[in-house]
Every structure is written in structure tokens, then in C-alpha cells.
Design a protein around this ligand. Structure first.
Ligand SMILES: [Zn+2]
Length: 337
């Protein structure tokens, strides 16, 4: 509810146009299946170079190596910039942005081919977090393979579980072996919560249901797997009260503020700041992590940083916690700052 104005502003920016595939046939599957392109109705908002004062190291816990179908071929809804045209271009542009903004570590959500390409290119920066769901309810990576990837260090986390997009509740039996594995190995694991692009069920994810983004649906999983190291993406927005209740009841949970820190553009910033302030006031400052969720738009990274950096009520210590310190705790990383 609290972020309605930001998301509403975002929704109003679009019409939906069905056009052909945006990317060439040589692209990997995930880059070539887009059928929906949305174009801004109005001129892009002018924040191409967001003002950012913060210069200390940053950890971005929410980067994507494979854009979601609903974002492919779509201009950045805030800046109007074109998305990266190829997987390589996306990778190289994101690395460039990481260097520009002092993002020293980044958690990569994606599928095996692109994950490997990104980690090979910049192994000290990136942590690989395979995604187990793509477009349907059937996991794309089996538990035995995932166990091997984690045990042998090729993966360091479990990437965004998009159960909402494929019509699954978090406690669906199909996901149970993955929760059990993540708990057993102590693997940081992220699940999408909240909402998505307007019209998502019509564009690439017919099983997507809004109600499946409610963070309270995680409760059975948390009870069954008390040692699970889970973080919820996007602060559960717009179910923010549910997020706060869940985080109060289950102190092991962290959240990231990806997407909600930039998708509303300038009009959405006050609502994001109100959410952040409420989280701080509820004592969650050590469990909030920065993420951009740049999807296919590298310029979203700067916007996301600016969204947090511009919060006038944050002390420098709180900013450091959100941008860096909380993630070092959650991911058990060595402090570089
Ligand atoms: Zn997400």
C-alpha cells in the first residue's frame, strides 16, 4: 500500500504492444523468447546520471544475468534507455556500472550458461546464484546437480526463486527438496515477493498470480526449515505490513529493497523512502540489503543507488549497513571496508 503511488506512476507510463521477438535468433533461449514490448507513453524521465554522494563499497545482492521475459526488449521504464541487446553486452555494461559505483560484490541470478560467463569474466566480484525456475513449475536444475554446484564452489547462493511467476506457493512440494538442500548446506537463498510489471500474466508468465507474492505465504517454509538463510526480494511490496510482521516473527530473515528503490522514478521516491523509514523505525536496519534488480537495464543500478542514497533520514552508518555491511553478515563475506 505504502508504495502505491510509485508503482502507480510506473503503471501509467505504459501501453502494451505485441510485436515480434526483439533479440536475434542467435541469442540463448532466455534472450530470444520475448513477444511483448512495452513502450513509454510519455517522454522518459530525465535521470540518466543520478546524483550519488555515496562512495564507499557497495554489495548488490540482486543482479540478473538473464532478463525476465516481461522485461526483454522493453525500454527502461524510468529512463527510456534501451535494454542490452545481447547477453555479452549486458554483462559488460553491468561490470562497467559496478566499477563506476564501487560495487565490489554482486550476487548473480540466472541460468548456467550466462552465470558462468559472468563469473569467468569477473570472478572476484560475482557470486553465482542459480535460479531453479524459469517459465513453468518444473525446476530447470535438479537437486543433485545443484548440490554439486554448491559443494564445489561454482555457486554460492540460490538465486531468485520466482515461484509467484509460475503459479507456485512457496510451500509447494516441488520446491521442498530445494528448501531442504539450502537449509542443509546453509546457502543464502532469495525468493521473489511482492508484485511485478503491470500485465505480467499476459506477457510471458500466464501462471503469475499477484496473491502468490504475499510474504506471509513463506511461513510454513520457515517453520519447517528454521535454519534456512532466506532473504525476500523487493521488501514484499505492497505487502509491507506482512513483511514487517514476518521479519519480526522470524529474525533470521533479511530483505532486499531492489526494484522498489528505483522503478517509481522521481515520483515514487517519497513512497520508497517512507517504506525504508518505517523499516528503520521498526529496528530492521541490520537486515535490509541493497539490490538493484537491473534485469536488462544497466542504468538501473545508478538509479537504485540514488534511491537509497537520497533518503534524508539515513545516518552514514545506516547507509553503510544497507549498502554493504548487512550483506557481509548475511553472506558471511570478509569485510573489505
Ligand atoms: Zn524479483
Amino acid at each position: 500500500m505504502i508504495l502505491k503511488s510509485g508503482v502507480g506512476a510506473y503503471a501509467n507510463m505504459f501501453v502494451f504492444l505485441i510485436v515480434g521477438a526483439y533479440f536475434g535468433s542467435n541469442c540463448p533461449q532466455s534472450f530470444s523468447q520475448n513477444t511483448a514490448v512495452r513502450e513509454p507513453v510519455s517522454s522518459p524521465q530525465a535521470i540518466q546520471s543520478p546524483a550519488i554522494i555515496y562512495r564507499r563499497p557497495i554489495i548488490d545482492v540482486h543482479l540478473h544475468t538473464d532478463p525476465p521475459i516481461s522485461a526483454m526488449g522493453v525500454p527502461n521504464p524510468v529512463t527510456g534507455s534501451k535494454p542490452a541487446a545481447t547477453p555479452t553486452e549486458l554483462r559488460d555494461s553491468v561490470i562497467e556500472q559496478c566499477k563506476r559505483y564501487n560495487i565490489v560484490r554482486g550476487v548473480l541470478n540466472g541460468y548456467p550458461g550466462t552465470l558462468k560467463s559472468w563469473v569467468d569474466k569477473d570472478p572476484k566480484r560475482f557470486i553465482s546464484a542459480p535460479m531453479i525456475l524459469e517459465q513453468d513449475k518444473h525446476p530447470v536444475i535438479d537437486v543433485a546437480t545443484l548440490r554439486q554446484e554448491l559443494r564445489e564452489g561454482r555457486a554460492g547462493a540460490l538465486g531468485e526463486i520466482i515461484s509467484q511467476y509460475v503459479g507456485l506457493e512457496p510451500n509447494d512440494p516441488a520446491l521442498e527438496p530445494y528448501w531442504a538442500l539450502a537449509e542443509e548446506l546453509g546457502v543464502p537463498t532469495m525468493i521473489h515477493t511482492g508484485t511485478s510489471f503491470p500485465g505480467t500474466p499476459y506477457f510471458g508468465y500466464p501462471a503469475f498470480r499477484l496473491r502468490l507474492g504475499n510474504p506471509l505465504l513463506l511461513e510454513d517454509v520457515l517453520v519447517k526449515h528454521p535454519k534456512l538463510r532466506l532473504w525476500i526480494a523487493h521488501g514484499g511490496e505492497p505487502w509491507t505490513e506482512e513483511t514487517f510482521a514476518l521479519m519480526a516473527e522470524y529474525p533470521q530473515i533479511y530483505m532486499d529493497v531492489s526494484t522498489i528503490n528505483w522503478i517509481g522514478g522521481p515520483a515514487g521516491r517519497p513512497a520508497f523512502h517512507a517504506f525504508l523509514k518505517q523499516a528503520i523505525d521498526r529496528g530492521l536496519e541490520t537486515r535490509i540489503m541493497f539490490g538493484s534488480d537491473q534485469m536488462g537495464w544497466p542504468d538501473a543500478i545508478g538509479l537504485a543507488i540514488a534511491g537509497v542514497d537520497s533518503a534524508p533520514f539515513l545516518t552514514s552508518d545506516q547507509k553503510h549497513d544497507i549498502f554493504y555491511g548487512n550483506a557481509t553478515t548475511f553472506f558471511l563475506l570478509r569485510d573489505q571496508d
